[in-house]
Design a protein around this ligand. Structure first.
Ligand SMILES: [Zn+2]
Length: 233
């Protein structure tokens, strides 16, 4: 299956790579579940390819996901899985949405075979990518995740500056506001697949704002906290 992504939306490919790796695992696990086989019978991957010879490099790519049999010579499982692609996609969606962990765990995406990728696997990133492939829109960050990320950021900034209760945190629809000693910073969170590893600072008389990718908040909270701290110290 091929899907075209407009890469102008992405700051870089780190978040896309984590999402792609996670989605490959979900597709493999889903296929194994549907076929009633052990997940070690299938492996998979994805390729990022130019969308076509006429396209401007770096603006659009095809993501090409593939599954293959781990048995030498092939056992036919991968072909059978492709034959049931709608079921595989639905089951992958269930695997990604039915856990209660914060990124990935043994109950959803982590297996012995993907042990070297455990820290990269993130069911939310994979679910976002899958939804984008289906409907063409990157979904917004869920309210629960956004609130949790804002709380972690506030806690981290408070610790970094030894601010204690002098730093107040007010969550909002797309992030929140941190205030200390009359200075405020608006935090605006962008979905990981759009924001990549970016932090953008907009200092203006009306109040500083920091636009930060959810991916940074998940993977590099100290960097985000430092960027915010600089505007409150
Ligand atoms: Zn889990």
């Amino acid at each position: 299956m091929d899907h075209t992504f407009n890469l102008t939306q992405y700051g870089e490919r780190t978040a896309l790579a984590a999402a792609g790796t996670s989605l490959v695992e979900a597709l493999g696990l889903a296929a194994a579940r549907i076929l009633g086989i052990d997940s070690s019978e299938l492996s998979g991957g994805y390729r990022v390819m130019p969308a076509g010879p006429g396209d401007t490099p770096g603006t659009a790519v095809n993501l090409d996901f593939f599954l293959y049999d781990t048995t030498p010579g092939g056992a036919g499982f991968a072909a059978a899985a492709i034959g049931r692609l709608p079921d595989v996609l639905n089951t992958a969606k269930q695997i990604l949405s039915s856990c209660d962990c914060s990124s990935s765990c043994q109950r959803c995406l982590r297996t012995y075979d993907n042990r070297y990728d455990h820290l990269r696997l993130d069911r939310f990133l994979a679910a976002s990518l899958l939804e984008y492939m289906e409907v063409g829109v990157i979904p917004p960050i869920s309210a629960t995740r956004q609130a949790a990320a804002f709380e972690s950021l506030a806690k981290s900034v408070r610790l970094l500056g030894s601010f204690g209760p002098s730093l107040s945190a007010a969550p909002s629809r797309n992030g929140g506001q941190l205030t200390r000693a009359g200075r405020s910073v608006n935090i605006v969170m962008t979905p990981a697949l759009i924001g990549g590893d970016q932090i953008q600072v907009d200092a203006s008389p009306g109040g500083d704002s920091v636009r930060v990718s959810e991916f940074v908040l998940i993977r590099d909270l100290p960097r985000a906290a430092t960027a915010v701290f600089d505007h409150l110290a």
